[in-house]
Design a protein around this ligand. Structure first.
Ligand code: F6P
Length: 597
């Protein structure tokens, strides 16, 4: 380039930087101006500009999100539009272990419907409804077989069917080895820092492989053509993506790992580590809640697999195929359908206090989750005791209500936790309670989603103190249910949600003293501060709702499909080497690019 060319180039760059800075400056000052005069006379065009600027600025605050994504209002319609425009005729198939609706037989022979306590289910259900897809899951209910048709399918949700639930049956041995054994005694403790030793048994691994194959066959049977979009959910199905890829090479397989991914040193203790990585790398995209876990995964691949990693593009090339590894923070539907039918906050407070005999003047603190050792339930009790010791004036003024849905109850670690929770709750009640006051109410029972929202509305404080958690949707559900913009969220720094909900009181669950002080801060926080924090968190959950989560993955999937299609069309032509010839997938050689689906 001549000197003149270089100068011109520099001038252009400086000019465009200057324009961007000016645009951001204008957007910030409009935002500020609006705030200072909003109380006087807001106009609708101002509102719109401010809303837009606010979204753009927030996008800048969030790491790695594109600005244009923020300007979209994410709803079921947005998802449907993405599918229709970007992935026409694509069939969406969801695969998870847990089914969204369980049919159980009651004692008097009726069939009752249960929606399981599962973040995965609350996130995926509205998505599958919006896409009118097919959901394949293990049929574990006692009446599940009686309600399906001869193809093991049932239309759901009951009363307003909008998608197909296809049930897969497992023998007792398969359930024991695949679900309780390898998934929940092996992978679950391996991936969570909760200091529970993983157990790896050869027989569990064999059952895991067998069940993954069974699900792969079901995916193939349910696929209406060669190119479905398969959304594989969670650590129960690490081998499934590869199995699907072998049978349906043109499918887009998006695998979402709902739990943390450990660092490569921890991961290395798994005897089948290479098989697990190979299985997952059959996916077109592997998603995690946080960038940190995505990085851990890439690091594990780097250490154990013959692969090529392009960090700048978040892409891994392995065996002639490319897999994108991204973070997509999961969320909940917005607005929540069920909330429409729920009574006001006042009424919920009254009902819950009456039901659990909570004194009218005591503050109500709630915890809601599956009874799991990763959730930090005992640590919460510990913090409450610490609060009573450090601030004796709080005794009698606060009640902690813990709802814990029984989960994986036949495993020793879970049985032990259940006993410990009951024992500690009793101990606290004896030590600090009286005839009319129980500081801890522990209810180890499943609650319907509506009952859970009622609790959130009734609460003064919600405690989410996981020792380690991929995301944790309880935190987001609590925020979404507080239309009154009141209530305080205490949130573990080790839950993915703490990366987004910065206005929560962020705590370290291992530090009982710190947690007790945060509890005191929550108990004494005034309504204005509660309102400010809650308002901001509600905006975050509203903007980053579950439709955005699914939409971002589908958009990435659409890009991959288009790239793959383009590459197939041009595969027979000789292209020049060098940057100009690498226009389809710049980071890898053309031969490997064919692996994009
Ligand atoms: O946290 C991981 C996860 O799969 C969630 O997505 C889900 O809420 C939960 O575990 C379900 O547990 P289970 O189906 O074993 O009761």
């Amino acid at each position: 380039m001549t000197q003149y060319g270089v100068d011109l180039f520099l001038v252009l760059i400086l000019a465009s930087l200057g324009l961007s800075a000016l645009a951001i400056f204008i957007s910030i000052s409009r935002h500020r101006r609006h705030h200072s005069r909003a109380a006087v006379s807001p106009t609708s065009s101002d509102d719109f500009a401010t809303e837009t600027a606010r979204k753009v600025l927030r996008e800048f605050e969030k790491n790695g999100q594109s600005v244009d994504a923020a300007l979209v209002t994410w709803s079921p319609d947005t998802l449907r539009k993405i599918l229709a425009d970007e992935l026409p005729d694509a069939q969406v198939i969801v695969v998870s272990n847990r089914e969204p609706y369980i049919h159980n037989e009651t004692e008097d022979g009726d069939v009752e419907l249960v929606v399981p306590a599962s973040g995965l289910v609350s996130a995926l259900e509205p998505i599958t409804r919006a896409c009118a897809g097919t959901w394949i899951a293990y049929g574990g209910g006692t009446a599940d077989r009686t309600v399906v048709d001869r193809n093991d399918r049932v239309q759901v949700p009951p009363g307003n069917p909008s998608y197909t639930l296809r049930r897969v049956w497992l023998s007792d041995d398969e359930y024991q080895g695949y679900y309780l054994g390898f998934a929940n005694e092996g992978l679950w403790p391996l991936c969570h820092i909760a200091f529970t030793r993983p157990i790896f048994r050869e027989s569990d691994w064999e059952a895991y492989e067998q069940v993954n194959r069974k699900f792969a066959e079901t995916v193939v049977a349910e696929a209406r053509n060669e190119r479905p979009i398969v959304l594989v959910q969670d650590y129960h199905f690490a081998l499934l993506p590869r199995m699907i890829r072998e049978r349906l090479p043109e499918a887009i397989v998006i695998t979402f790992w709902h739990i943390p991914w450990p660092n490569s040193e921890v991961f290395s203790i798994c005897p089948w580590r290479e098989r697990i990585l190979d299985g997952l790398l059959g996916s077109s995209i592997v998603g995690f809640h946080t960038q940190f876990h995505a990085n851990n995964f890439t690091e594990s691949v780097d250490r154990f697999m013959e692969s090529r990693i392009e960090r700048a593009d978040a892409a891994i090339s392995y065996g002639g195929q490319v897999t994108l590894v991204h973070s997509y923070p999961i969320s909940i539907e917005w607005p929540i359908e069920l909330l429409k039918a729920l009574p006001s906050v006042e009424e919920c407070r009254g009902r819950v206090r009456k039901r659990f005999r909570i004194p009218a003047d005591a503050k109500l603190c709630v915890g809601v989750e599956r009874l799991d050792y990763t959730k930090g339930i005992l640590d919460r009790f510990h913090a409450l005791e610490e609060l009573f010791i450090r601030h004796p004036e709080t005794v009698g003024n606060v009640v902690f209500l813990q709802i814990a849905a029984p989960s994986r109850g036949t495993l020793p670690a879970y049985r032990h936790l259940h006993e410990e929770c009951l024992r500690y709750a009793d101990e606290l009640n004896q030590r600090y309670g009286s005839k009319s006051y129980r500081p801890v109410v522990m209810v180890a029972e499943h609650h319907s989603q509506a009952a859970v929202y009622e609790l959130y509305r009734a609460a003064d404080i919600c405690m989410v103190t996981s020792l380690h958690d991929g995301m944790n949707l309880v935190a987001k559900e609590f925020v979404a249910s507080r239309e009154d913009e009141q209530g305080v969220l205490l949130l573990s720094t080790f839950a993915g949600a703490s990366r987004e909900l910065l206005e929560a009181l962020i705590v370290n669950p291992y530090d009982a003293a710190m947690m007790s002080e945060a509890m005191l801060q929550a108990l004494t926080m005034g309504p204005d501060e509660q309102h400010e924090r809650m308002r901001r968190m509600r905006e975050i959950v509203r903007d980053n709702n579950v439709y955005r989560w699914a939409g971002s993955m589908l958009l990435d999937a659409a890009r991959l499909r288009k790239r793959g299609d383009l590459d197939r069309v041009t595969a027979s032509y000789e292209r020049p080497t060098g940057p100009a010839g690498d226009n389809v997938v710049s980071m890898f050689e053309r031969k490997q690019a064919v692996g994009f689906r």
